[in-house]
Design a protein. Structure first.
Length: 298
C-alpha cells in the first residue's frame, strides 16, 4: 500500500505572509514522514465541506512548483485538476514543466470538475457536463500524444473540441513511459470508462463497501476494452483527524490503521490522507511512525 497527503486547506496561523513558509514546512514534513505523494486541490475558492468560500486558496499548479523546490522524494499532483480551467495543451505543458523541475515526480490529476460557483464568479466558462467530459477526453488523448513524442494519432490532434497541428513537447517529461495520469471521480458510466481507456490511476471516495463497488465497475470497463485491470492503480481519498491519545474527538493511530487496513482489503492500493490541521506537522511525523509504518506491507 502507498500513501499520499492532500493539502486541502490553507487557513493557517500567520495570515498570507506565513502561507509560503508553512507550506514549505508541511511539504518537508510529509516527505520526511514517508508519504509517497503530496497533492493540492485545483480550486479558486475554498469548497463546501471544508470551509467558507472566502478562506485562503492557492492556485494549484503554482503551489506544486513551489512544493517541488521543498521536497525530494514524493510525487506531486493536483487532486484533481478541473479540466475547463486550462486548455488541453497547456495542461500537458504545465505538468511536463512540473515533472522536469521536480526530477520526474509529477502526477497528472484531472477530472470533469463540478464547482460552478467559483467558475462563474471569476468569469470562467462552465460548459455543460457532457461538454466537460468531451474536453476531458480531448485532454487525455492529447496527453498521450504529447508524452509519446509527437506521435499522436488523428484523434489526439482533432478531438471533440480541440484542433491541434503539432504535438511537440520540448523538453519532454522525465517520467517514463510518461507522467502517470490519475482521473478523479467515481462516475460509473463515463468517468471510470475513461479511467479504463486512458489513465494509470483512479481516485474514488467512500468507505470500504463503496470503493470496492467502484473498483469492480472499473474492472468491468477494463474487461470490455481488453485492458488488464491490474495496470491501474486504485486510490481513495480519506479524511484523517489524528491524535496520539485520541483526544478532542480524534482517532488514535491504531484506529486509523485498522480503518485503512479495511480499505486495503477492499482493493485500495494508494490511500490519500486529508489531515485536519496539517500545519501542525507533528501529526505527519506521528502518522509516519505509526500508520504508514504498520500498513506499508499491505
Amino acid at each position: 500500500m502507498k500513501f499520499g497527503l492532500q493539502i486541502s486547506s490553507f487557513s493557517w496561523p500567520g495570515g498570507p505572509e506565513q502561507l509560503g513558509p508553512t507550506l514549505a514546512r508541511v511539504v518537508r514534513a510529509a516527505d520526511d514522514a514517508g508519504f509517497d505523494s503530496i497533492w493540492v486541490m485545483d480550486h479558486f475558492f475554498q469548497i463546501r465541506g471544508i470551509g467558507r468560500p472566502e478562506e485562503p486558496m492557492l492556485d494549484g499548479m503554482t503551489a506544486l512548483g513551489y512544493m517541488a523546490a521543498h521536497s525530494d522524494r514524493a510525487r506531486l499532483g493536483l487532486m484533481v485538476g478541473g479540466v475547463h480551467y486550462r486548455q488541453p495543451g497547456l495542461w500537458v505543458k504545465a505538468t511536463t514543466t512540473l515533472d522536469v523541475l521536480s526530477g520526474g515526480r509529477a502526477w497528472f490529476g484531472i477530472g470533469a470538475a463540478w464547482n460552478r460557483e467559483e467558475s462563474e464568479a471569476l468569469g470562467f466558462p462552465f460548459p455543460p457536463l457532457g461538454v466537460r467530459f468531451q474536453l476531458l477526453e480531448d485532454t487525455l488523448r492529447m496527453a498521450h500524444g504529447m508524452w509519446s513524442g509527437e506521435r499522436g494519432t488523428e484523434e489526439d490532434l482533432h478531438g471533440h473540441h480541440v484542433r491541434a497541428t503539432r504535438l511537440m513537447n520540448s523538453p519532454q517529461a522525465l517520467s517514463r513511459p510518461r507522467v502517470p495520469i490519475m482521473i478523479g471521480g467515481g462516475g460509473e458510466q463515463k468517468t471510470l470508462r475513461l479511467v479504463a481507456k486512458y489513465a494509470d490511476a483512479c481516485n474514488v471516495f467512500g468507505g470500504p463497501e463503496k470503493i470496492h463497488h467502484k473498483y469492480e465497475v472499473l474492472r468491468r470497463h477494463c474487461e470490455e476494452i481488453g485492458r488488464p485491470y491490474d495496470e491501474i492503480e486504485r486510490s481513495t481519498l480519506q479524511n484523517v483527524h489524528v491524535d496520539a491519545n485520541g483526544g478532542g474527538g480524534a482517532d488514535t493511530p491504531a484506529q486509523i490503521t485498522a480503518r485503512f487496513a479495511e480499505l486495503g482489503d477492499s482493493g485500495a492500493q494508494h490511500v490519500l490522507f486529508s489531515v485536519r490541521d496539517v500545519w501542525q506537522t507533528d501529526k505527519l511525523g506521528l502518522l509516519g511512525e505509526t500508520v504508514l509504518r504498520d500498513l506499508r506491507d499491505l
